[in-house]
Design a binder for this molecule. Sequence first.
Ligand code: HEM
Ligand SMILES: Nc1nc2c(c(=O)[nH]1)N[C@H]1C(S)=C(S)[C@@H](COP(=O)(O)O)O[C@H]1N2
Ligand SMILES: [Mo]
Length: 385
Amino acid sequence: MGEGARRLRLPTTGSFTSPLHAPRTAAVLGLALGLTFTVCFLTGLLSHLHQHPIGWLTLPSRPAGLYRLSQGAHVITGVASIPLLLAKLWTVYPHLWARPVLASPAHALERLSLAALVGGSLFLLFTGTINIAYWYEPMRFSFTAGHYWAAWITMGGLLVHVGAKVTTTRLALSKRSPDRHGPAGDGLSRRGFLTAVGLTSGVLVVAIAGQTVGALRRISVLAPRRPDAGPQGYPVNRTAAQAGIDAGGADERRFLLSVEGDVRRPLTLDLAQLRAMPQREVTLPISCVEGWSFSARWTGVPVTALLALAGAADGSGATVESMEAEGAYRTSPLNRLQARDPDTLLALQLDGQPLALDHGFPLRLIAPNRPGVQQTKWVRRIVVA
Ligand code: HEM
Ligand SMILES: Nc1nc2c(c(=O)[nH]1)N[C@H]1C(S)=C(S)[C@@H](COP(=O)(O)O)O[C@H]1N2
Ligand SMILES: [Mo]
């Protein structure tokens, strides 16, 4: 090895003299990544809490558009992180040649945390990206479980890394920093490099944000979903055909909704009876966990009215069930705040027209501040708990 290394002339950290590898460049990129990862982590945790509710924490049904904003921000800041992370790794890779490899137990711990940080970051950005691109083959594991645990591991690594680098970062960014202007090399300047990285992130953001920001939909060439393309002018995630629902299954004349469980008067209502009840109109978004969303006008029967009619106790929650035979989106929970919100509807209409079969005809749930996966389509039963 000694002979080989001498012949190959391995570099040392000192062989890299460009200001693009200097601590100041790493510090600027590190701060940007610290910000985007913190946004991703907090918005990701919120999404997790919606889908894995914990007993003592009842999520509010307001503000109505909060989940839309939060999950939209998750995917946008996540995508913006891709060029930032690649640039950061390139800036600091000369440290791979630092010797000795492990100087002390503390140093070994710091290296271990870096493995968690770098591995976890690459894993999160990769799995997140292929998920929103509908490329599932490389994932032989549950996306949410893998992505969720990787987020904790990454943020743990990030915390140790921030602790280890806070002094260096302060110094590198201060006015007195020796590498403030860097050695005047003849290559790309630090400012040029950081501008190029920032612009790449900006272009990616504009290219994807149209899946949730309507004004950008025409220029967002990478947006997996357009907010205006689909039946009735809105996108669909799983179609009725994919969910195994045919027009026969959703037959108007045979359709019956039941409200049962912990109620004094179990109900069975047909469509004529539902249409005869007082109707409410709300403007609410569908906000998919994948970050795309659209807002629309929905008309239907408030769930509170049905619960009152059935004699459910105040403060009950409920499970909403689809006529879909199986699948992860067949049912969704309404906590007591969501069940009691006057805007939580079983919708019969979208923008004044009967729902298209793909949007959940004859009856779908629409409720404020909720992930799209919980806006159950083809609703057949409400079970009060
Ligand atoms: C390109 C970057 C990223 C994309 C496109 C992305 C995408 C997604 C998507 C689509 C979900 C929803 C999964 C579902 O409920 O089915 C999600 C959840 C989540 N993401 Fe990301 N993500 C990215 C980066 C990150 C990063 C950097 C972090 C943490 C620092 C993170 C943490 C989380 C967490 C904690 C969840 C919740 C998982 C759960 O519900 O159990 N993500 N992400
Ligand atoms: N029964 C049922 N409901 C469902 C789904 C489904 O596959 N089956 N997909 C969910 C998902 S993931 C989203 S984002 C929204 C999308 O609603 P849309 O298809 O009307 O746009 O419906 C939700 N409701
Ligand atoms: Mo979704």
